[in-house]
Design a protein around this ligand. Structure first.
Ligand SMILES: Nc1ncnc2c1ncn2[C@@H]1O[C@H](COP(=O)(O)OP(=O)(O)OP(=O)(O)O)[C@@H](O)[C@H]1O
Ligand SMILES: [Mg+2]
Length: 161
């Protein structure tokens, strides 16, 4: 697996090829920095799923993205709705999903639909666990793993099929 650094994040957005990267975060701020770097390159039609157990850092990563657009303070996991919409200084919004409470992709298709995937940037917490079968092919998947021995360490695997 290739090592992801803040310097080569750009490669992920150069084309729609497959890739598999590993990134080690040693702090909440490391994770935010990675999100912030992603934000420089994301564009309309990008879909990113954030996967990992409760408290792994999915929302922290999204806050890193949001800080690039000056909307960090408005970011929290959508609790009562499935999606939060954030206005940006681009001509399209960021959609922040948390699909944890949905049963499966059928429920997503009925209640939410796939238009969002094309109308802005979609950041989807728990995406792979619930709606993997209907995600666009260009989806960037981010798996975050906690470390049993260190409270502040997270191992990221970032991939596209
Ligand atoms: N390296 C790290 N990266 C990200 N968060 C970290 C790190 N080390 C410690 N943390 C802490 O882990 C927690 C991550 O919380 P966060 O809300 O982002 O999790 P989540 O994956 O979104 O959980 P949920 O599934 O409940 O939405 C925060 O309290 C943060 O301070
Ligand atoms: Mg969260």
């Amino acid at each position: 697996m290739n090592k992801l650094t803040l310097e080569n994040v750009k490669n992920i957005f150069d084309n729609n090829d497959s890739f598999e990267y590993e990134y080690n975060s040693n702090s909440e701020s490391d994770t935010k920095k990675l999100g912030n770097e992603f934000a420089k390159y994301i564009k309309k039609g990008d879909v990113i799923t954030l996967n990992g157990e409760l408290g792994s850092g999915k929302t922290v990563f999204l806050m890193g993205i949001a800080s690039h657009f000056g909307i960090e303070n408005d970011v929290c996991s959508p609790t009562f709705t499935i999606v939060n919409e954030y206005t940006t200084n681009m001509d399209y919004p960021i959609y922040h999903f948390d699909v944890y409470r949905l049963e499966d992709s059928d429920e997503f298709l009925e209640g939410v639909g796939t238009d969002y995937f094309y109308n802005g940037v979609c950041l989807i917490e728990w995406g792979d666990a619930v709606i993997l079968d209907i995600l666009p092919k260009n989806t960037i998947h981010i798996d975050i793993q906690k470390d049993d021995n260190n409270l502040n360490v997270r191992k990221f695997k970032i991939w596209r099929k």
